[in-house]
Design a protein around this ligand. Structure first.
Ligand SMILES: [Zn+2]
Ligand SMILES: [Zn+2]
Length: 296
């Protein structure tokens, strides 16, 4: 008699007693392959989608109301937008409506366009998260208890959590100078400017953009004033659609909606905006709180 473990004996033969051991080693082998296949699938998925989730730019319009008294379910909170890419989350603007509330959306960083109440006052109680803003915006919110401050300089691309933000100064306010951001992630580039009269270097800002996210304070009526030698206020949607047409931007979404649109309703507004956009060959939408837009 040979003392026998599982597997063939010295004669190379298997007997019935080997069966359970063989079955178990086949199971181990299969499990090993399953693990290998699962790992390979994950590698392929990571290659396709980036290492942390989607490789598309995802915009969530958290709030879409301008600095107005009117508010509806559809346009309830001050304009703020979450940009996501590969699982990273950057919030643009944090107005008074978002105070003690923005944390719900777990932004990993916050980028400000300017220091007006509807864009920055939500940070009054502070946050430990990194905050990015221009020198003028930092000056205006110098006393906020923000621990992780980053200076954004016009025209200098800033990589924030894997998403590139380039600040373009715009006319809008003399007290709180504003900017728009050219935002790039993967193959997608968009321009985001919630409050604007005029973009200084419009061509560089908009060229090659898939989407323009603009200021919906007014459809056609001008809200631009000139109290001194500078223009302040908001340029109409119509003019911004013309910018898109001139710079070849195929799509526009308007946020930061004014009382005209919030009180009158989106459908009424779209009945006027739709033809203006069509004339200019631009696909247009009005944002609403919670609206998601995925770009690839
Ligand atoms: Zn403003
Ligand atoms: Zn505003």
């Amino acid at each position: 008699m040979r003392a026998k473990g599982p597997g063939p004996g010295p004669d190379g033969q298997l007997d019935r007693g080997d069966l359970p051991a063989l079955q178990s080693s086949i199971a181990t082998w299969k499990a090993g392959w399953n693990v290998k296949i699962a790992l390979r699938l994950r590698q392929v998925a990571a290659h396709v989608t980036g290492h942390h989730g989607i490789a598309r730019m995802k915009l969530t319009f958290l709030g879409t109301r301008g600095y107005i008294d009117a508010a509806t379910d559809r346009h309830c909170r001050h304009t703020a937008t979450l940009v996501e890419y590969r699982g990273r989350r950057v919030m643009i603007d944090c107005g008074a409506d978002w105070r003690d509330r923005f944390q719900e959306h777990h932004p990993q960083a916050i980028v400000l366009t300017h220091a007006h109440p509807d864009h920055a006052w939500g940070l009054k109680s502070g946050t430990a998260r990194p905050v990015y803003a221009s020198a003028q915006t930092w000056e205006a919110i110098a006393d906020y208890p923000l621990e992780d401050r980053h200076l954004v300089e016009p025209g200098r691309p800033e990589e924030i959590r894997g998403i590139t933000f380039t600040l373009f100064p715009v006319e809008h306010s003399t007290r709180c100078p504003a900017g728009g951001y050219r935002i790039e992630a993967g193959r997608v580039t968009i321009f985001y400017v919630p409050d604007v009269v005029y973009i200084h270097d419009r061509q560089s800002a908009l060229s090659g953009c898939k989407l323009y996210v603009g200021d919906g304070a007014t459809v056609e009526r001008s809200l631009v004033r000139k109290p001194g030698d500078r223009l302040i206020g908001h340029t109409p949607v119509r003019t911004q659609l013309t910018w898109c047409q001139k710079e070849g931007v195929p799509r526009a979404i308007f946020t930061h909606l004014g009382s005209e649109i919030v009180k009158g309703g989106d459908e009424t507004a779209m009945a006027r905006i739709g033809p203006l956009a069509e004339e200019r060959g631009v696909d247009v939408r009005l944002a609403f709180d919670g609206m998601v837009q995925v770009l690839r």
